[in-house]
Design a protein around this ligand. Sequence first.
Ligand SMILES: Nc1ncnc2c1ncn2[C@@H]1O[C@H](COP(=O)(O)OP(=O)(O)OP(=O)(O)O)[C@@H](O)[C@H]1O
Ligand SMILES: [Mg+2]
Length: 245
Amino acid sequence: MPGSAAPLLQVAALSKAFGGLLAVDDLSFTIDPGEVLGLLGPNGSGKTTTFGLVAGALRPDRGDILFAGRPVTRWPASRRAAVGIARTFQLIRVFLSLTALENVLVACLYGRGRARSPARARADACALLEQVGMAHKRDARARDLTLGERRRLEIARALATRPRLLLLDEPVAGLTATEVDAAVALFRGIRAEGVAIALVEHNVRAVRALCDRVVVLHAGRKIAQGTPEDVFAHAAVVAAYLGRR
Ligand SMILES: Nc1ncnc2c1ncn2[C@@H]1O[C@H](COP(=O)(O)OP(=O)(O)OP(=O)(O)O)[C@@H](O)[C@H]1O
Ligand SMILES: [Mg+2]
């Protein structure tokens, strides 16, 4: 829980430029085991880039990333996934021509904690679909699922790697109020199993309901941090930085 243990993730003085644009600028933050950290900020403030740096899709120009005390800064994404960093994508990435079950099965067969047999992988995949409330859609093709269902499927795929840290990039964007509530309940359940979560989200209700702490970015820099109540109490932060809705 916050404050009581060595951080699970330590990001120290991280910077990443794309050409002349400094997308992430001298950014430092930590996430404790089991903690839910919100990463907020307007469009283009560097949130997804930060996830890319933590997950290993991008290499920083400067700075360090420690995960469970190990310097992972130069590790490829696959090796980071193997030690427990998983992510979902702002633009959902599932295999549209595969069924829901097949999508999760692929992750179970090739992810961390790789299932020992096809039968075991299938059982794991079914359990994950159940966990995300998608058991009834097991045999539906991903292309026939709603946005909310695809997001759930992506979360099941991420969970198949048995993460210790789950990076969720705008996981409730575009969902109905009912779907948002269901997603919040799902994330609470994941967190209750001891998984730390970093949440990029513009939905203030979801952030309030889930996050222990939030970090606010603007033009790649950290401009505020604290509890959601503290941060949202700053009218200037709300007005200027919390984005489009
Ligand atoms: N691969 C890339 N090449 C060039 N510029 C990029 C690349 N990825 C991101 N950027 C730029 O870096 C900045 C930060 O982008 P990023 O996607 O991290 O923002 P974000 O906070 O996730 O925004 P949003 O809320 O719109 O998702 C933006 O100006 C973006 O255009
Ligand atoms: Mg983004």
